[in-house]
Write a protein that binds this ligand. Structure first.
Ligand code: PHB
Length: 396
């Protein structure tokens, strides 16, 4: 389109993706006086209604508090001391506060996203939603992002580009395959997740091992439950009418729930993915752009928060003092925590889900039950789970 002139913008940090990682990074940078522009493929309504696990570790809450984002979380969120682990005939409470001195907050990612959106509105943040054809370019020399808005080409020049655009976004592809290592695991099962206008039948989350498959009772508020069932990969939602879901939840978790209206239903594949290094030249990756965890330990949002908590001071030192030390250390420091959470999520997943059929699966089921019994009855076992679930310090 030679007749169209390309609009050009300039900023210090170009952020690709307006999910929690991108918006929180723009917030932290603004507090240090660093200018950023965020570009996002989706609409604001879409990113604010995207349903994800809603558990915040205490270090995530402390960070949000320290930058003025904790008010509604404390008013409307729910502090939980721990979780329940159960298998047929037994339910045990693990009290994280007793075990490791800190609990977790139940506060939906949609709410975190809305709080961030409002804070960025108040800060006059430039965010361009619904862009197309996004490409991250020239990251080892003159980093910039190109995209189109309503078919019009635009170019955003920056000192640094940060990819917060998830595992399907373009940033990851800007790290050459010769530079990046990737580690993946696809789990042989998925979750069927539902949101229901039903009061939770429990005060804290229930993680249930069952011979028919794992089930989880989570919640969003006093009147809304979030429930999950392990299902085979490629499950067709048409096979799961509401009555079948309620019946299966009753079998796997217990009969306490009163069925009610299901307002959302989806199948979530489960995978682990890590890409390293989380930096190439002047491109940095944060959150799902660099790593994916299965939802069993609810670590995804917490990892996004801890990545940007490390990255913001690193970029401030780089851009304000020309000091590259924190930026150079970013990938290694972030990856220590990423691998810890990847291991924890894998461990929770494989401890709680039924594998395939046959003698190996029966053997595995015995090991799982032995492991569960050890976790709930040994101080060391319980403390290990609690320490990881309630979260390690951000610099871990
Ligand atoms: C959720 O509330 O969606 C949720 C909670 C805990 C998990 C996963 C998902 O481990």
């Amino acid at each position: 389109m030679p007749w169209m002139t390309m609009d050009r913008m300039r900023t210090e940090v170009a952020i690709v993706g307006a999910g929690p990682a991108g918006l929180l990074l723009s917030h932290l940078l603004a507090q240090d006086g660093i200018d950023s522009v965020v570009v996002e493929t989706r609409s604001r309504e879409y990113v604010e209604s995207r349903i994800r696990a809603g558990i915040l570790e205490s270090s995530s809450v402390e960070l949000l508090d320290s930058v003025g984002l904790g008010k509604r979380l404390h008013d409307d969120g729910d502090h939980h001391r721990g979780i329940y682990l159960q298998w047929p005939g037994e339910r045990h409470h693990l009290d994280f506060v007793d075990l490791v001195g800190r609990g977790v907050w139940v506060y939906g990612q949609t709410e975190v996203q809305k709080d961030l959106g409002r804070a960025r509105d108040a800060g006059g943040q430039r965010i361009v939603y619904e862009v197309a054809d996004t490409a991250v370019r020239d990251v080892t020399d003159r980093p910039h992002v190109t995209f189109t808005v309503d078919g019009r080409p635009e170019r955003l020049d920056a000192e640094v580009v940060v990819g917060c655009d998830g595992s399907f976004g373009p940033s990851r592809g800007a790290v050459p395959e010769t530079v990046a290592g990737t580690w993946t695991r696809t789990y042989p099962y998925s979750w069927l997740g539902v949101l229901a206008d039903v009061a939770p039948s429990t005060d804290e989350l229930i993680y249930a091992w069952h011979p028919d498959g794992f089930a989880l009772h989570s919640m969003r508020s006093a009147t809304v439950s979030r429930l999950y069932l392990q299902v085979p990969n490629e499950t067709d939602l048409a096979e799961w009418p509401d009555e079948r879901i309620w019946a299966e939840l009753a079998v796997r978790i217990g009969p306490e729930r009163v069925p009610g209206p299901i307002t959302e239903k989806s199948v979530l594949p489960m995978r682990s993915y890590v890409m390293a290094p989380m930096r190439h030249g002047r491109l940095f990756l944060a959150g799902d752009a660099a790593h994916i965890v299965p939802p069993t330990g609810a670590k995804g949002l917490n990892l996004a928060i801890s990545d940007v908590a490390l990255l913001a001071p690193a970029l401030t030192a780089l851009l304000r003092e020309n000091d590259p030390r924190l930026a150079d250390a970013y990938s290694d420091t972030a990856l220590r925590r990423v691998w810890r959470c990847t291991h924890f999520s894998w461990w929770m997943t494989t401890m709680l889900h039924r594998g395939g059929a046959g003698p190996d699966a029966d053997f595995e089921a015995q090991l799982q039950q032995s492991q569960l019994r050890w976790v709930v009855s040994s101080q060391a076992g319980a403390t290990g789970l609690a320490e990881n679930y309630a979260g390690l310090p951000i610099g871990y």
